[in-house]
Design a protein around this ligand. Structure first.
Ligand SMILES: [Zn+2]
Ligand SMILES: [Zn+2]
Length: 383
């Protein structure tokens, strides 16, 4: 009996030690400094979740685990109350009911957070200002649309200064509440408008330019401008069968400004002209040249498809000029169902000979059949 009590005690101790050892650093997970602002946390979360999201790593247990960690860290650091508990008491503090919602996701689904960023209905709960969207045409090849592709795009945009995270100050301690206006940004003045009559009016505080705060030492990196030009690399997923003028939205990835929610970057696909194929809806159209002899007696030939597979074209007997052959299922894949394809339409254009010899002309005029030994001598240019 006593033995088992000690056993349980020891076991609990081991558990406790394990928990302390396994205590995770949310800041490290999201690769942000401890004083990081929400915009920066959000940015890092989005970057990391693009890499580790299970949709991109199906069956990869490690990636899935990593994604859960990222989402958990994000959930805590974006919640002022949870973050302050975490800062003071660590992960344990959150587990002990400090966060109000137990531990972990507190009932929230990490995938919900993700869907908010990528195509989900993200509600802007509060009245924060929102920056403008950036619309960027994205030229894609028909090959990309047929096979699917990841396109790397470099976008130059305004980002918050890495050094001051958009505060404009050298250190957070360098920002003080303005003494002149007590942080209100406005001062009340009294003016005598007539003997014994005073009027009060509000004026923007000149000491802090209405900001309510004074920065003692500006950030050496951005000279107090709070922002800089930055370059961000995005990997854009082109889905098989995606339509022309399709909008790919990267939520809140446009220019960053302090106290502003960035607008979206919206890529609009534009299909580049293709030398061989033309797309109309899910069908593909192409033209093939055949010689007069091929038009008369039939032919077998091949052409290369958008995925480099070989299309076999075969006709027996006469092929009229402009005849269109339908090849089922060799068109574009449907965007909603990749296993289904549109059709391929091949239009045949007959190229007539450039020269014809006297002998053949005579035979043709007679309307008689060609002698078996003398084949008609129709000379074609190289097709
Ligand atoms: Zn700065
Ligand atoms: Zn002031």
């Amino acid at each position: 009996m006593r033995c088992s009590v000690i056993g349980v005690l020891l076991f609990s101790l081991t558990l406790l030690v394990t928990v302390i050892v396994a205590s995770t650093d949310y800041y490290k997970i999201l690769d942000v400094p401890r004083d990081a602002q929400k915009a920066q946390i959000k940015r890092h979360f989005k970057k990391l979740s693009r890499v580790y999201h299970p949709d991109k790593n199906s069956g990869d247990e490690a990636a899935s685990q990593k994604f859960m960690e990222i989402a958990n860290a994000y959930e805590v650091l974006m919640d002022d109350e949870k973050r302050s508990i975490y800062d003071r008491y660590g992960e344990e503090g959150l587990k002990n009911g400090g966060g109000g919602g137990g531990h972990g996701f507190g009932g929230g689904d990490p995938f919900d957070i993700f869907s908010h960023f990528f195509g989900g209905g993200h509600r802007q709960g509060h009245q924060e200002r929102r920056g403008p969207d950036i619309i960027i045409p994205l030229e894609v090849t028909l090959e990309d649309l047929y096979n699917g592709a990841e396109i790397e795009v470099d976008i130059s945009k305004q980002v918050l200064c890495d050094h001051c995270h958009g505060s404009g100050a050298r250190r957070p301690e360098d920002i003080h509440t303005c003494n002149t206006c007590d942080g209100r940004g406005v001062v009340v003045r009294r003016a005598q408008v007539a003997p014994g009559m005073f009027q009060q009016f509000q004026q923007e505080c000149t000491a802090c330019n209405g900001k309510g705060k004074i920065t003692e030492h500006v950030c050496p990196s951005c000279s107090g401008k709070k922002v800089r030009r930055g370059n961000e690399n995005y990997s854009i997923h082109i889905e098989r069968g995606m339509n022309d003028a399709h909008k790919i939205i990267l939520e809140e990835e446009a220019d960053e400004s302090p106290d502003t929610i960035p607008g979206n970057i919206v890529f609009v696909t534009r299909t580049a002209p293709h030398p061989t194929f033309e797309r109309r809806g899910d069908n593909l159209y192409t033209k093939q040249h055949i010689t007069l002899i091929e038009a008369l007696v039939g032919f077998k030939k091949t052409m290369s498809h958008l995925d480099n597979s070989i299309i076999e074209l075969e006709r027996s007997g006469i092929t009229q000029y402009g005849y269109v052959q339908t090849i089922k299922g060799l068109g574009m894949p449907h965007q909603d169902n990749h296993s289904q394809h549109g059709d391929l339409f091949v239009e045949y254009n007959v190229v007539f000979p450039t020269k014809i010899d006297e002998e053949t002309i005579e035979y043709l005029k007679k309307g008689s059949t060609f002698p078996t030994k003398n084949q008609p001598k129709l000379v074609h240019q190289e097709l």
